[in-house]
Structures are given as C-alpha cells and as structure tokens.
Design a protein around this ligand. Sequence first.
Ligand SMILES: [Zn+2]
Length: 382
Amino acid sequence: MKNRKEWLIITSLVMAIVMVLSVGMPLSVAANARDDYEEAQQELESIEKELNAIKDTKKKQEQEQKNAQTQVNLVKSQITSLNEQIEETSERLAEKQKELDKKKADIKETDDLFKKKLKAMYIRRSGNMVATALAVDTFSEMLTAVNTLTNISQADTALLEKLNREKEEIEKVEAEIEAELETLEESKSLQESKQKEYATLLQKVNQQLSETQAQEAAAQVAYEDAKKKRDDAAEELEKEFAANGDLESFVGGTWRWPVPTNRYVSSHYGYRNIFGYREFHTGIDIPAPRNTNIIASNSGFVTTATYSNSGYGNRVIIDHGGGYKTLYAHCNSLNVKVGDFVAQGDVIAFVGTTGLSTGNHLHFEIRQNGSTVNPYPYIKDN
Ligand SMILES: [Zn+2]
C-alpha cells in the first residue's frame, strides 16, 4: 500500500511538471519570425483599438467640456443681465419711495395746516365746540362765518382725499415694483444655483478629460512601442524571406494591370526631368482617386507591407518566384500583411499619396533579380 501511494505521488508530480513544460515551452522555443510578426501585429492592432477607444472618449469629453463651458458662460451672462435689471428696478423703487415720502409729507403738511386752521377757528368752551368766528355781532355775520368755515373744511377735506388717493396709487406702483424685484431676485438665485451646478459639472468633466489625456499619452507610448516591435518583426520576416523564402520558380501566367479602374499612365519608366533634374523613374505612375483598389498583378507571397521612409510611403512588395517581384507604392492604406499569400487580382492596398508624392497615384514597379524593368509591356494588354 505504502509503495503504491508513493508511486502515485511521484507519477502525479512528473505529470504536473510535464504539463507545465508543455504549456510554457512552445511560446519561447517554437517561435519563429512569422509567429513573432503575427504576434506583434496582433498586439499592435489591439493597442491601436484601445488607443482609438480612448480618443473617442476624449472627443466625447471635449464636447461635454465645451457644452458645460457654454452653460457656465450662459448662466454667467444671465446673472449679469439680472444684476443690471435688479439695479435698474431698485433705482425705480427708490424713486417711487422718494415720491411716496414726498406725498406723505404733503399730506402731513396739509393735515397740519388744516388742523391749525381748525384750531384757530375753534376754541373749547365749557365742553362745546364754538367757532371763534362765531364771536360775531350780527346774525348775518354769523351766517357768513359758518359758510366760510364749511367752505374751508370742504376744500381741505377734498385736498386731503386727493392726496391720499395719490398716495395709494404710488403705494400700488411701489408694491408692483417690489414684486418685480422679488421675481428678479428669485431668478437670480435660481441662476446662481445653476451656476454652481454647472461649475461642478465643468470641474468634473475637466478632471475626467485630464485623466483620459493621461491614458491617451500612455496608450500612445505603448502604441509606438508596439509599432516598433511590429516593424522590427516585419524586417526580420523580410530578411527570412530574402534568405530562404523566395519562391523558386515563377508563378507564371500573364501580369494584370494593378489599378483595374484606371488605365492612364502619367509618368512612364525611364529617365525623366523633374524640376530640372534628370531622374530615373523606376516604375510607372497610374493616377487614381484616393482609396481606389490596387490588386496583385500576379500571385505570390507578400514580403513587405509597411511604411517606408525612403519615399515610397506605404508600400507592398510581392514575390512572384523566379526572381520576379512587384512593388506598389504611395498607398493610402494596406490590405495585406507580410507572409500573406495573395492570388492574382486580390485587393492588396488602396491608392493614396503617402511618402514622396504630390497626388493620389500608384507607383508600380516590376523587379527582376533585384533590378527594375519597364513594367508597361508586361501589363499593357491585361
Ligand atoms: Zn513613380
């Protein structure tokens, strides 16, 4: 029993080690240039996706920031306008109050005068109101005095009533202005609370945006890094192709015109004058609108599919075997990867004007054993 148990433990351990090795080893050992390239390309694409997502987020946040800023500015200008209205209304209110004070003073003055007159005309005598004016000699004089008293009283009463009516009118207007002012103050406090809200929002958006910008910067670095790794891997793969990847015999068949929709050649193979310089043109130029399909002139392996600083821009090179290669330059974008086998007629890239180019066109070359040849005779009929 004991031996059997030990044997089981040892067997399990061995199996575990074998499993760890079989999972862990192939990654580092079995990798070749092709796998490295595929891996680097996938990594680059995944980082590019990530970077683009971050850029989209940034764009949205920039729009949010713009909106929040617009709101803050709007509320600010509304508050400024409300302040002006409040100031103007307060001035009107102050004027009304001045008017009211004056009216009150007028009333008091008239009232005082009236009372003074009455005081002058009446005296209290043993509890009875008797007009001094009644201290007259004759009955007719008395009548005149009574009339005079009545007239004075009526006129003053009417004046007082008129003044009081005017006072009430002013008070009514004053109350209206006060209500107006109150409404304005309410609007202002509403706008002020909105201002606080938008300022908080803006602050939040700014914070988010700066975080996104930091993410973008980090992703950009990762992208450049992954791109360099991919380019290095592509170079290694190209070297491998150059060393032993060449197809031994030509794939055969006739060559196809590389831009099926555009046949015009703006610059032929051979010597040409450019800005007064005699220059050897190593291919033919076929102008076409941006993103027009470029097809493989013949079947073969893609040995190059990257951007070149040499002037070709984005370019594809296909090895057709038998020492034949074709080159497609200045592409806007590429549709194949190094190591792809492409059939004649497959769309491999799209017309552009990358690299040393002054307009959208395909620069097309055929190379035989490393030297360019005039491609026109090969493709002109197909
Ligand atoms: Zn050219």
